[in-house]
Design a protein around this ligand. Structure first.
Ligand code: UDP
Length: 405
């Protein structure tokens, strides 16, 4: 299959151009933008359908050559939290149909991201007759298994099973998720494809060796970096508690990147935890940082901490390692496949601040002597170009199967 494809990418609940690290906007946005850029470079045309961020914003954004972002306007849903969107999905589908009629647009493939988009993609497939592929990004059953206090709408669990059985293929980002889905997918006879995420190696890189060493030795106290949404699944409070347990001689700082606002419930709770533990002055709240500035944030850090309860992938691990800094991680997401103790990081038990403190101490020691370029090399296969090739082969396979049916 060599002809260029017209691809409809659905990301209804979260806009790929939303603010990273806030609300529900995280790795999925990076994935979408990097993937469509790489596909467009190969000649394919991509329309991303998403909801408008601000009422009255332009309905269509030309996002570089061959990529359009269609900002669907369904009144009253602009600021709605994602778990209230289900009832409005038929309205979103109507808006997509309207756009396609007006623009005479048609597609070879529908690629849905997250279950809410997959509900829409499933209906579109019925009318458009083209293959429907789903990347769930997270699955309710796995999130519930990861944290007992995590509540999911039973409707989501049901819908995910229904959609899995009806679609033409599912893409998962880690071997763990592929294995977890295997039984369900086998009984549904749905192909499951392993397609990891990537990292931009031109942007995420260590400083040239000499400068790196000098900068590090001058930097006191050491900096531990956390990057992500302040969602209970990210376990940021475990990182704060672990900081309090670190050897007093080291006294590192914890720099937090992400979070909705200083007034948000999650951040207020974290600030009071910091106060209770007497860590004032050692935890810095940076708020959300533009992704363009993230390479600099990693280069200023000694290590990264990823204390998640669950990750469907965990781009932060790749970004840290590509930048040449070790990571203290829980065994979740891509960390399981990339972290090698004594080479690029250490594992800690989930939700266990004592274990995380040990992993952080070891990672800080490793950061003092390990060659950043060795750490970077450990993730060299995760580039976006390979991701786009894998996704394209999934699209091609689904098209071939649909033609031979
Ligand atoms: N990120 C960012 N600015 C922030 C917070 C996060 O650019 O303030 C980026 C981060 O660099 C990474 C992504 O958001 O690329 C988070 O991806 P990850 O897979 O780790 O988490 P998710 O949010 O998808 O669970």
């Amino acid at each position: 299959m060599t002809e260029p494809l017209n691809i409809a990418v659905l990301s209804i609940h979260s806009s790929p151009i939303g603010t990273l690290g806030t609300g529900d906007t995280g790795g999925m946005s990076i994935y979408l933008l990097e993937l469509v850029r790489a596909l467009a470079e190969r000649g394919h045309k991509i329309d991303i359908f998403t909801r408008v961020l601000v009422r009255g914003d332009a309905p269509l954004i030309e996002y570089g050559s061959r990529i359009r972002i269609i900002q669907l306007q369904v009144p009253g849903t602009e600021n709605l939290v994602k778990n209230k969107l289900f009832g409005y999905l038929p309205d979103y589908q109507r808006e997509i149909d309207k756009f396609c009629q007006q623009q005479h647009a048609s597609y070879h493939i529908v690629h849905s991201n997250y279950w809410l988009s997959a509900v829409v993609g499933d209906s579109l497939q019925s009318t458009w007759g083209c293959p429907h592929l789903i990347t769930f990004h997270t699955l309710a059953r796995f999130k519930m298994a990861a944290r007992q206090d995590h509540v999911e709408n039973p409707l989501r669990v049901e819908e995910e099973s229904r959609l899995l059985a009806r679609c033409d293929g599912v893409m998962v980002a880690t071997a763990t998720e592929r294995d977890q889905l295997a039984t369900l997918a086998e009984s549904a006879k749905t192909p499951v494809h392993l397609v990891p995420l990537g990292v931009d190696f031109d942007r995420f890189k260590p400083l040239p060796d000499a400068v790196e060493k000098v900068t590090r030795s001058r930097r006191r106290p050491p900096v531990i970096l956390f990057v992500g949404r302040f969602d209970p699944m990210k376990g940021v409070d475990t990182a704060v508690k672990a900081l309090a347990l670190l050897d007093e001689e080291i006294e590192p700082e914890l720099h937090l990147v992400g979070g909705d606002s200083p007034e948000s419930e999650a951040e207020v709770r974290l600030v009071s935890l910091v106060d209770d533990l007497g860590l004032q002055g050692r935890v810095r709240f940076n708020g959300s940082v533009d992704h363009q500035r993230m390479p600099e944030m990693y280069r200023q850090a000694d290590i990264v901490v990823v204390p998640s309860y669950y990750e469907s992938f965990g781009l932060v691990v790749l970004e840290a390692l590509a930048s040449g800094i070790p990571a203290a991680v829980t065994p979740t997401g891509i960390a399981v496949e990339t972290i090698i103790p004594d080479l690029n990081g250490y594992f800690a038990a989930i939700g266990d601040s004592r274990s995380l403190a040990r992993a952080m101490t070891d990672a800080l020691a490793l950061a003092r002597h390990q060659d950043p370029f060795l750490i970077r090399r450990s993730v060299q296969s995760y580039d976006w170009s390979r991701v786009a090739d894998l996704v394209f082969s999934v699209y091609s396979g689904a098209l071939l199967r649909s033609e031979t049916c």
